[in-house]
Ligand binder design. Sequence first.
Ligand code: PLP
Length: 393
Amino acid sequence: DIKLSSRVQRIKPSPTLAVSALAAQLKAQGRDVIGLGAGEPDFNTPDAIKEAGITAIREGKTKYTAVDGTPGLKQAIIEKFKRDNGHHFEPDQILVSCGGKQSFFNLCQALLDAGDEVIIPAPYWVSYPDMVLLADGNPVIVPTGKDQGFKMTPAQLEGAITPRTRLVVLNSPSNPTGVAYSREELAALGQVLLRHPHVLVATDDMYEHMMFRGAPFCNILMACPDLEDRTIVLNGVSKAYAMTGWRIGYAGGPKPLIAAMKKIQSQSTSNPTSVSQEAAEAALNGDQSCVGEMCRAFQERHDYLMEALNAIPGVECLPSDGTFYSFPSVQGAMDKLGIDSDVKFAEHLLDQVGVALVPGSAFGADGYVRISFATSMDNLKQAVERIGRAVTG
Ligand code: PLP
């Protein structure tokens, strides 16, 4: 037997990727399965961005780049932060990585010692706690249910902070709930953090451009600029430009922290793919209308889904402020069916009616499911009809 590290035994494979893989496998076996597990836009990468990648290959931009990203892409990121968020970063405050996932991974590796605490409001993106564990840190989960709009209150944040707290993670609009904090709510959380200067904050803005109803995007640094010397802003091109496979994420933050993250990256992956960096630069500098078009499609599906889901007995869903997810409570439906866990509920749906979605417990919230509406309206309508059938029997 090969003895594996205690580190790897502390974590589990990404449950969202596992659901997508299972749905694909069942489909390949000829089963009629509708997948609502996807964490990626169902659109193609826009042509102009693809062309930039193709041109990069033709021009021989196929070699190592600087570990922290090409000067051109870093400049495009600096401009983007200025344009969209009013943040002012120098080039040595920017690190480009292989997806938003690696940005957060680098952050944990650079920041945490054994036993250091990271405050993570639940429902959370599945990877935060496991990446903290991989860095020997302790995830401190703050539960927030539907009744409080899936948002951490200032009192909850205050109560979770200890002398061992190193970092608080905010993700707004949120995967999986779709909920976004308002500027006022962020400012109130910022007031708490100002009282605890040893705590850093990471704002994961991956879904910044997927906001509905024209509501303006805001992150905690925009709401509370006094946190500048201890905020790290995480973002990427994966969701905004349907570029999940290109693997480009980026971070802007305090120089010493970015330098430390860069050192970790220099001894793991080195630079992200040169060709993808050229494409990401074109995405950030180019015409942004593709972003709004995708967002409008998501909003239309969201509005349909809200009504249809809430019409199913035992299913209750808050409207999302953005993203392409909704996070209904299915507790009533579970009770009715005599099912005692959301994992079993998800299995029941897959088994009985061929609908694949991710149980809420994967995100730290039992009794819910995450529905991704990054799929066609036809698929959504069929899926809702099937869920209704599975619940009402
Ligand atoms: N952050 C959040 C909240 C996400 O949902 C995701 C992807 O699912 C990521 C970060 C990472 O994105 P990627 O590594 O694909 O760029």
